[in-house]
Design a protein around this ligand. Structure first.
Ligand SMILES: *Cc1c(COP(=O)(O)O)cnc(C)c1O
Ligand code: SF4
Length: 362
């Protein structure tokens, strides 16, 4: 039911893409809705000339009022244009790109971009400079990436990313996954996707039937706010989990959206309840146009300390800073390890009670 045809015909009725010369028929609906909620249409139009805008009907329906955490993720804001500090490609992904769309930064795993499209363009996106601006990634380019992997036996883990891989048709995904699985040294395949949050109806029994042929297949899903867990996304998560796909989550710590430790705890608990294991919380990258979403590192520590010990360890992800060109760096709050010397470590638990852990006598 949900092959590429229905993505390009059925779904675009509900979304507004700034790249189109003539907006699709129901684009007015998006505008009308944003205007009704008090959106400044002149501002929105000005920003979307610079950074693409697309809001899925599902996400649009989650907005309760102007400026709420759902709105902020989806609706262009003039603040995107007044960021003179950051650069477009802070992670220097260009440097590790071996063939177009393939990033080989770590010893045993690669990132393969299989889609330039997303179901929605998040205003805080790290790949703001690239996603949603060009035609869909050609299959020919993806095959080049797969050839690179075939020629590099050290690659045992392939991450499919983009854009969003689930914006490819079931048939295209089937072909990509089949090709990857034909490579003996590829042990695991991972798919990164925001679709269960922004376009849960894309997760169908037919999609899942394709995915489950290629185990061990993991998925890392992108959620930002507890309201993104609702009956529609829960149905999608159930389909994926029931297919035996281990689900993880990635979340970016965003000012005014989820930088309240209680909000983040609720999100983590809701994910775990739906068989999604929180994997990473990222500090916001230094990407041009997202400065207004950034938080301090201390805000990240506050979130982790509010989780660790206070709720199931399953709900506690790693806190990560993606360093410019140097990859992901885990940052542990300093609260737990107070001091070390030759004899001992001085440690503290989540309640602030202090303990000593002596070194072994050699
Ligand atoms: C994030 C990322 C990976 C995967 O990292 P893990 O820590 O293994 O999840 C691989 N390659 C690139 C380029 C990445 O950015
Ligand atoms: S879904 Fe991911 S890649 Fe796409 S716009 Fe949102 S953050 Fe960026």
């Amino acid at each position: 039911m949900f092959d590429s045809a229905s993505i390009s015909s059925g779904k675009t009725d509900f979304i507004a893409e700034s790249s189109d010369d003539k907006p699709p028929q129901r684009a007015e609906t998006v505008h009308e809705l944003l205007a009704r909620l008090g959106g400044d249409m002149e501002e929105i139009d000005r920003v979307k000339k610079v950074y693409p805008m697309k809001i899925s009907s599902h996400f649009l329906a989650l907005i309760q009022e102007k400026g709420d955490p759902i709105w902020k993720q989806a609706v262009p804001s003039a603040e995107e244009l007044s960021d003179f500090r950051n650069v477009a490609d802070p992670l220097s992904e260009g440097r590790d790109t071996k063939v177009p769309g393939l990033i080989h930064r770590y010893p045993d795993r690669v990132l393969l971009m299989v889609s330039s499209k997303c179901a929605m363009y998040c205003r805080f996106c790290t790949r703001k400079r690239s996603v949603g601006r060009v035609e869909q990634t050609p299959m020919q380019q993806i095959f080049q990436g797969i050839d690179y992997i075939r020629g590099h036996p050290e690659v045992r883990d392939v991450l499919l990313s983009g854009g969003d891989p689930l914006l490819r048709s079931n048939r295209e995904l089937d072909i990509i996954l089949r090709e990857l699985r034909s490579i003996p040294h590829v042990e695991i395949i991972r798919i990164g996707s925001r679709v269960p949050s922004v376009m849960p109806e894309r997760v169908t029994p037919r999609l899942v039937k394709v995915l489950k042929k290629y185990h061990p297949l993991y998925m890392n899903l992108h959620f930002e706010h507890p309201r993104e867990i609702n009956p529609d996304s829960e149905r999608a998560l159930k389909l994926l989990a029931d297919a035996g796909i281990p689900l993880g989550s990635q979340t970016v710590l965003l000012r005014g959206i989820n930088d309240d430790p209680e909000v983040m705890k609720e999100l983590m608990q809701k994910l775990v309840k739906n068989r999604v294991r929180p994997y990473y919380i990222y500090l916001c990258d230094l990407v041009k146009g997202v400065e207004h979403f950034r938080t301090t590192l201390q805000a990240g520590f506050d979130v982790i300390c509010h989780l660790q010990g206070h709720t199931s360890g399953l709900c506690v992800p790693h806190l990560i800073i993606d360093s410019p060109g140097g990859g992901k760096i885990p940052i542990l709050p300093p609260d737990y390890l107070l001091a070390t010397d030759e004899e001992k470590a001085v440690i503290s638990n989540y309640k602030g009670e202090v303990y000593e852990y002596p070194n072994p006598r050699i």
